[in-house]
Design a protein around this ligand. Structure first.
Ligand code: COA
Length: 257
């Protein structure tokens, strides 16, 4: 098994379970990730996924470079297709994904985190896209998602130098949105997941779609997209429940309908 999966209330924690290889991405790990993503896409009761790595050294050290050394160019192509598909599936998942960066997030490991909706890092985490120092470029969406997230200038500063940045710099750049002491990271990530889970499921799903789907559109089209997704929420029982709960001065009980 490449992942340890634990249910915590309405969230699941997916821990990459390959501490010996610093949770590097192997072909087997990609296949298993694809299976879990397909399962999550169909699980309406699953409200949030927290993705993290085993141990305190690495969230994910990128592609498994030992496996890579044994791979043919065709195998590498298959790996890349699988990685790109998995990262897209995270973005398109109905629930938010929180990356809890418990250590180094390098290469494909950072690209994995970039595909998640929120990133929370241990103070000790190190982040970077070292690919140009390895004779390649980031191939799992890193050049595109990083530039969209933190801007072209800061993305080039990281990608073209191949340098690693620490957690404080990552926070200042907006590459992560929260920091935690290493021993509190998972608890803080679960608190964040619980905070997300308290909200109406359809609203969470449509808000994620509105932000991601509208970001690259001309404003007029983006506003239309937002309007369509807003209308979907208008039809839900949860919207009525929220109004009733407000009037009754109690917390709403959302069902996702
Ligand atoms: N693929 C395969 N194995 C990896 C790996 C990777 N990407 N990264 C680390 N490992 C393995 C090491 O080879 C080592 O295995 P060994 O015990 O058989 O020698 C083991 O993990 C521990 O590595 P080590 O470097 O001693 O751990 P560390 O805790 O001191 O440092 C990292 C952790 C992640 C900072 C460091 O391993 C690293 O920089 N890895 C390379 C990351 C990288 O450049 N990825 C690029 C992907 S494009």
């Amino acid at each position: 098994m490449e992942f340890r999966i634990e249910r915590r209330g309405e969230a699941e924690v997916w821990t990459i379970d390959g501490e010996d290889r610093r949770n590097a991405i192997s072909m087997a790990m990609l296949r298993e990730l694809g299976d879990h993503l397909a399962r999550a896409a169909a699980d309406r009761a699953l409200r949030v996924v927290v993705l993290t790595g085993a141990g305190d050294k690495a969230f994910c050290a990128g592609a498994d470079l030992k496996e890579r050394a044994r791979m043919s160019p065709d195998d590498v192509q298959t790996f890349h297709d699988g990685l790109r598909r998995a990262l897209r599936a995270i973005e398109e998942a109905p629930q938010p994904f929180v990356a809890a960066l418990n250590g180094a997030a390098l290469g494909g490991g950072l690209e994995l985190a970039l595909a998640c909706d929120l990133r929370i890092a241990s103070d000790a985490a190190q982040l970077g896209l070292p690919e140009v120092s390895l004779g390649i470029i980031p191939g799992g969406g890193g050049t595109q998602r990083l530039a969209r997230l933190i801007g072209v200038a800061r993305a080039k500063d990281l990608v073209l130098t191949a340098r690693r940045c620490g957690a404080a710099e990552a926070l200042a750049m907006g590459l992560v949105s929260r920091l935690s002491p290493p021993q509190r990271l998972l608890a803080d990530a679960l608190d964040l997941a619980a905070r997300l889970s308290r909200n109406a499921p359809v609203s969470l799903r449509q808000a994620k779609r509105a932000i991601d789907g509208g970001f690259h559109l001309p404003l007029e089209e983006a506003l239309d997209l937002e309007h369509r997704l807003y209308q979907d929420c208008m039809r839900t029982k949860d919207r009525v429940e929220a109004l009733r709960a407000f009037a009754e001065k109690r917390a709403p009980v959302f069902t996702g309908e």
